[in-house]
Design a protein around this ligand. Structure first.
Ligand SMILES: C[S@@+](CC[C@H](N)C(=O)[O-])C[C@H]1O[C@@H](n2cnc3c(N)ncnc32)[C@H](O)[C@@H]1O
Length: 253
């Protein structure tokens, strides 16, 4: 079996920088797309409907990686669980939960790396966060119900995204919010072609992923918000992935 990219040194370093790096560390170019910074923070601050949260709310961040959005959710929700299938990501998120800081190195060029420290903002109450290793397609049955479920940039990394989305019905309380972001980068190395959600043409007509999501979620969720959210992942000082996720918020009927 090919080891997952998300267990590699490179992925861990890139995601710690993506989630916790300063603007200067991530993008050392004044002419770069600075509006694409802080994506894991903006997934929460720009997509959550804070007015519709009950007083003691629960949130779930599925595919949480190294946990920045999970921590950000505690600004609005009482208890937050972050779940990811990568053991190394969850171990790092656990360290950040316990210590508030984690030293790491990020790539400048070739084999030249720089030291950095990831830190959770001081005002965040880390005791209200819990991380665990888990498979989004086979979540444990006793997770309970949530007022907020966030799936940031996960659906196009799953073997069977439709099956995963169908399971979210039981996890989202009536009136609860499901937030999905994705650049819809469908690749057969993650998702067999027949399981892609949209991103194709049928009889000459384009089928968007948004339309496919609506088909799957429609009986149980209604679309309440849509926004384009750019994000930037630094590979090294002179190479970046600039992507535009589509963020949608769905209200559980
Ligand atoms: C593209 S990253 C996005 C991470 C994070 N949500 C963000 O926006 O930065 C995809 C994440 O999903 C995780 N992942 C992939 N397949 C998964 C699965 N079946 N169950 C849970 N997590 C999974 C990966 O380990 C990785 O952390």
């Amino acid at each position: 079996m090919i080891p997952s990219f998300y267990e590699s040194d490179r992925a861990l370093s890139e995601y710690l920088l993506f989630h916790y790096g300063s603007p200067e560390q991530i993008l050392p170019w004044p002419f770069g797309p600075s509006d694409a910074l802080d994506f894991p923070v903006r997934c929460v601050s720009e997509c959550l409907d804070t007015k519709r949260l009950p007083s003691s709310s629960r949130a779930l961040d599925v595919g949480c990686a190294v946990g920045r959005s999970t921590f950000e959710l505690t600004r609005f929700c009482e208890h937050v669980i972050g779940i990811d299938s990568s053991r190394r990501f969850v171990e790092s998120a656990d360290c950040l939960q316990r210590d508030g800081v984690l030293a790491f190195r990020y790539l400048e060029a070739g084999a030249w790396t720089k030291a950095a420290v990831a830190s959770v903002p001081r005002e965040i109450d880390r005791r209200r966060v819990k991380f665990e290793i888990g498979d989004a397609q086979n979540l444990r049955a006793d997770l309970g119900e949530f007022d907020v479920v966030l799936m940031a940039n996960l659906i196009d990394r799953l073997q069977d995204p439709a099956a995963c989305l169908s399971c979210l019905v039981r996890l989202t309380r009536p009136g609860g919010q499901l937030i999905i972001t994705s650049p819809y980068t469908w690749l057969t190395e993650y998702t067999p072609r027949e399981k892609w959600l949209g991103g194709c043409e049928e009889e000459g007509v384009a089928v968007t992923t948004l339309a496919a999501l609506q088909n799957i979620l429609a009986p149980n969720f209604s679309l309440t918000f849509r926004k384009d959210l750019p994000f930037l992942i630094r590979e090294h000082a002179r190479k970046f992935q600039w992507s535009v996720a589509e963020a949608t918020r769905w209200s559980r009927v």
